[in-house]
Design a protein around this ligand. Structure first.
Ligand code: IMP
Ligand code: MG
Length: 178
């Protein structure tokens, strides 16, 4: 199919359409709501990939919460990944003794997440859980991965926040790049 929003590039196939995403995000919102019965909750979106998912998810969580973001940049991406992540921005508010829900777009090798978990843990949160929209299920499982939207095929996906060289983030569905 060719979508005019996709810069005229051919997408091989839509893997998760708008309706499937909307339904699953609503379920995730209910799961998160049920998992945190009281106290405050800080939802941290990992930019840029999580921006659309986070915006939809928090509107489906029916409890008090605050939102912040972090911006991570991997060293040596595209060559040899050291697995080390540099934080270009991290929440300025204290994380100590707070329930933290880190929202990620997709888990591939899991290196980004493993590094982020170490960094956030060092700030002494009361709890730390991860909500990822997609998981390719090739990463070593982390106990913090508590909410997952979909098991993803091990292919390169774009849309709904996910990019290829910064393109395609605005597509309302998730597709495989041809
Ligand atoms: P990991 O450290 O290998 O798990 O990589 C995670 C990050 O790589 C994600 O947050 C995305 O930014 C990016 N990424 C991994 N797989 C894909 C994909 O299929 N499409 C777009 N970005 C991806
Ligand atoms: Mg990316």
């Amino acid at each position: 199919m060719v979508d005019p929003r996709a810069h005229g590039r051919v997408l091989r196939e839509v893997v998760f359409d708008e309706r499937a995403i909307e339904a699953r995000v609503a379920e995730l919102g209910r799961e998160v709501t049920a998992a945190y019965p009281d106290g405050d909750l800080l939802v941290i979106g990992a930019l840029k990939g999580s921006f659309i998912f986070l915006a939809d998810l928090v509107r489906r969580i029916e409890r008090p919460l605050q939102v912040d973001f972090l911006v991570a940049s991997s060293y040596g991406r595209g060559t040899v990944s050291s697995g080390e992540v540099r934080l270009l921005y991290e929440p300025g508010t204290p994380l100590a003794d707070r329930h933290i829900l880190l929202v990620e777009d997709i888990i591939d090798s899991g290196r980004t997440l493993a590094s982020l978990v170490d960094r956030l843990r060092s700030r002494g949160p009361r709890s730390l859980a991860i909500c990822a929209l997609l998981d390719k299920r090739i990463a070593p499982p982390l106990p913090e991965i508590r909410f997952v939207g979909f098991a993803a095929p091990t292919r390169f996906l774009v849309g709904y926040g996910l990019d290829h060289a910064e393109d395609f983030r605005h597509l309302p569905y998730i597709a495989e790049l041809a």
